[in-house]
Design a protein around this ligand. Structure first.
Ligand code: PAF
Length: 290
């Protein structure tokens, strides 16, 4: 695995790969790898000749009172995990390399960023959209892979790639969970043992939503009430939002008639955790499907 810290060096190496006819897959990350990241890298390896991973804790996507300084970091461990998976190039730029003096261009994806996490974290998706656009322009991959745990982020990135006519395919990869259901996240490292066990109620509530729909419940407000009741039983978990909405536009849904997103953000101690699932109405008459 080769490491690059400057845009110029990385570009030179990627140009050489492309000139040999090699395809590239890109996995942008903020580091502190867990199996969710490694799954993205493994999927990338299956789909392209050359896998590029970036590690950059992007300051523009953190609000003034958020955890930028405390965000977990362990570059030595990350380098060794990425090398084991077979990553070809790892790009670890400094903040000055990405945002040099005088930097003044930002990407704003309108509409869909006013819902869910965008509503709670003003400016967050402006920072994400800006850095992802820059990284995609630097790497110019054939494909780029993102986890579905950050569902809204995935939709925002698909939107900007389409709106800005960028020649890259964005691929969403299903959330990787611990055996007990907790969605993997670098921020899980903030949790004490008790908080971690309380946090399980988040994934349990998503399972409850899926079970309710399977049993024929179609009312979003009934599903939301049942989930809130379950989550409120865990005193250590402070629900920030629970939305049942369209998975592409994030418009609220009243009746589950098609694929619907259930998205949750909750605080557990110092950790702000997010998770989601897609619920599907039961087919009324599944016969004749061949
Ligand atoms: O999901 C993340 O880790 C980050 O938001 C991303 C996509 C690497 C942009 O900084």
């Amino acid at each position: 695995m080769l490491e690059f810290n400057t845009i110029a060096e990385l570009r030179k190496a990627l140009k050489a790969e492309r000139s040999k006819g090699k395809t590239t897959a890109f996995v942008p990350t903020m580091g502190y790898f867990h199996d969710g990241h490694l799954t993205l890298m493994r999927e990338a390896k299956k789909r392209a000749d050359c896998v590029v991973v970036s590690i950059f804790v992007n300051p523009t996507q953190f609000g003034p009172n958020e955890d930028l300084d405390k965000y977990p970091r362990n570059l030595e461990r990350d380098r060794s995990l990425a090398a084991k998976v077979g990553v070809d190039f790892i790009f670890i730029p400094t903040v000055d390399e990405i945002y040099p003096k005088g930097y003044s261009t930002y990407i704003d994806v309108e509409g869909i960023t006013n819902a869910l996490c965008g509503r709670q974290r003003p400016g967050h998706f402006r920072g994400v959209a800006t850095v992802v656009t820059k990284l995609l322009n630097i790497v110019q991959p054939d494909i780029a892979l993102f986890g579905e745990k950050d569902w809204q982020q995935l939709i925002v990135i698909k939107r900007l790639v389409s709106d800005l006519n960028m020649d890259v395919e964005i691929i969403g990869i299903p959330t990787v969970r611990e055996p007990d259901g907790l969605a993997m996240s670098s921020r899980n490292s903030y949790l004490s043992a008790e908080e971690r066990s309380a946090a399980l109620v988040i994934s349990k509530s998503l399972t409850l939503a899926a079970n309710m729909v399977d049993r024929g419940e179609a009312s979003a407000s009934k599903i939301a009430s049942a989930l809130k009741e379950l989550i409120e039983k865990e005193k250590a978990v402070k629900l920030e939002y629970l939305e049942i909405c369209d998975p592409e536009t994030f418009a609220p849904v009243e009746e589950i008639k098609a694929d619907t997103l259930v998205a949750i953000a909750a605080w557990v101690g110092k950790a702000r955790l997010i998770d989601n699932t897609i619920i599907r109405p039961k087919l009324e008459n599944p016969g004749n499907l061949g």
